[in-house]
Design a protein around this ligand. Sequence first.
Ligand SMILES: [Zn+2]
Ligand SMILES: [Zn+2]
Length: 140
Amino acid sequence: MSRNLCRTNCYYCRCEVIRTGETRELTDEDVGAYFPEYCGMIVAEAECSMCEAKYLAWMGKIPHSYRDDGEIRIRDLSFRSSFNDEPGVDDLPAFEIEERIAYVKTTWPTFKCGARKVHRDYDYCLKCRVDHKDESGGGS
Ligand SMILES: [Zn+2]
Ligand SMILES: [Zn+2]
């Protein structure tokens, strides 16, 4: 059992969790008896953008590769009413999210000679019996 979920996306549907409240210091109303050891922590109310599960986001600076400042972002999550990695009744999702895969149909890639490629990443042409790699061809 731990306070944090060790993730920044939704525990239930893996979708994006967004901040819904102001970034602020943790209060004893958030955590009850656990407050002393988490005193001074920066948090914000947050919820899943898809299923609406309720979280308390652990906010913090993410060091930026090219800058010293970095920005305050969600670094970890707890369920909000329980301040725990197990949800309270008020934290449960409103929606069940089903992921569906979409198939997108586009024209098969061809060489400049007009022949279709065997595979998008191969340059050997079945029609000309040569490798068209050097012709910087391909594409439409
Ligand atoms: Zn969700
Ligand atoms: Zn060809």
